[in-house]
Ligand binder design. Structure first.
Ligand code: HEC
Ligand code: HEC
Length: 355
């Protein structure tokens, strides 16, 4: 089902068109704009396809209190609005800008005539005549089951081999790992968390599932962005409403993604504003030391820092910790050589490593 291109209207778009195993389970159905193209001509969404690799480990959305602060955790989609893979699957199948099916009946019809119809019937006990809703529900469950399978979360990277004692870091990868973990250098593990003392790969998911506002540059190729007053605020919409327990300062926050297979993904971050891994690491360390490199200038020549957020939200962009606790002109937390080291380390997170 995940690879079935007949499940869209018009046919041609499968889940895998935007979540391609060759592209780290990301990719945008051949769009070059950083955001996903749908099945109808010209359909272009508002967000980059996140990886579905290791999505099975994302907990349901909840709010936790930590050091007097309320934090959002978990939930699927960049803004956490779906609680389970079953619930999530309903989204793309019927979204007009994605697979564009008109109804559950239309889905059921296609499933009844699919080459795997007998398997679905057997697995979910669908005695004919089963109604459309039952077929659809079986479909969501099958997609979720596939996404929970080891094919999608194989833990077969060099990183995992090292954890299991089957491989060794190169000197450059070892340096990159050091910058990744060091709170005074990359500090990446503050959010892209790993259980350092554990040898269990499943405790090395490279995310703590929390949310953060990174102050990314705006992607002008996103159709909705033609309206200068439009902003994608993640936790605060447009695709969801801010949960009552959370303060307005969370607006602009998106969920910390796993970095497993990140080197294979053609577009990075929720708005697809980066295509190159080294460049995205450079953004982290130079965002505050050299803002003019990343953000356009307004008519008066002032650099529009954090221009993908409304003015009122720009002050909530994370500036508290390394690597973003710098000011213009200061030395970035990582040198060019250290950025290359870090990228070499991130490449060890690609699945399919053969010693
Ligand atoms: C046209 C491109 C496209 C297609 C087709 C598509 N997706 Fe997605 N997928 C996306 C985008 C874009 C997002 C993020 C949307 C958001 O955050 O609002 C997403 C998010 C997800 C997520 C959440 C991952 C996470 O970590 O939060 C899952 C799971 C997922 N898709 C599974 C599927 C399944 C299953 C199908 C097929 C039924 C599918 N997708 C079809 C583009 C697509
Ligand atoms: C304070 C939390 C935090 C820290 C520290 C952090 N990240 Fe992130 N990272 C995030 C969040 C949140 C996102 C998604 C943001 C978005 O798309 O709006 C993200 C996204 C990414 C992505 C894009 C992944 C994808 O699939 O699109 C890369 C690459 C990345 N981070 C690498 C790093 C590296 C390397 C470091 C250390 C230099 C680092 N991050 C430090 C929170 C953090």
């Amino acid at each position: 089902m995940f690879f079935d291109t007949r499940l869209s209207n018009p046919p041609g778009t499968a889940c895998a068109s935007c979540h391609d195993p060759q592209l780290g389970w990301g990719g945008n159905n051949r769009s070059r704009s950083g955001v996903a193209a749908g099945s109808t001509p010209q359909a272009l969404g508002g967000r980059n396809s996140p990886t579905i690799g290791y999505a099975a480990f994302v907990p349901a959305f909840h709010v936790k209190r930590e050091k007097g602060e309320v934090k959002a955790v978990g939930g699927l989609f960049w803004d956490g609005r779906a609680d389970s893979l079953e619930a999530q699957a309903r989204g793309p199948l019927f979204a007009p800008l994605e697979m564009n099916l008109a109804s559950e009946s239309e889905l059921a019809q296609r499933l009844r005539s699919a080459p795997y119809a007998a398997d679905l019937r057997a697995a979910f006990g669908l005695a004919e005549p089963a109604d459309d809703a039952l077929w659809a529900r079986a479909g969501y469950a099958a997609l979720a089951a596939y996404q929970r399978s080891p094919e999608v979360s194989p833990f077969s990277s060099k990183y995992d081999a090292v954890l299991r004692g089957q491989a060794k870091w190169s000197p450059q990868e070892a340096r990159g790992r050091r910058w990744f973990l060091d709170p005074a250098k990359g500090n990446c593990a503050a959010c892209h968390e790993v259980a350092q003392r554990s040898k269990n790969p499943a405790e090395h998911l490279f995310t703590d599932f929390t949310y953060d506002s990174l102050g990314l540059p705006r992607n002008p190729a996103i159709p909705a962005n033609a309206d200068a007053a439009f902003f994608d605020l993640g936790l605060c919409g447009p695709a969801r409403q801010r949960p009552e327990q959370l303060p307005a300062s969370v607006c602009g926050g998106f969920r910390v993604p796993t970095l497993r297979n990140v080197a294979k993904r053609p577009f990075l971050f929720h708005n697809g504003s980066f295509t190159d891994l080294a460049e995205s690491v450079r953004f982290y360390v130079q965002r505050d030391t050299n803002p003019a490199r990343w953000f356009p200038r307004d008519a008066g020549g002032r650099v529009q820092r954090f221009n993908d957020l409304p003015m009122a939200q720009r002050k909530h962009v994370n500036r508290d910790e390394a690597p973003y606790d710098r000011n213009p002109g200061q030395r970035p937390r990582l040198s060019e050589r250290e950025i290359s080291d870090l990228v070499a380390f991130l490449k060890t997170l690609d699945d399919g490593f053969r010693p």
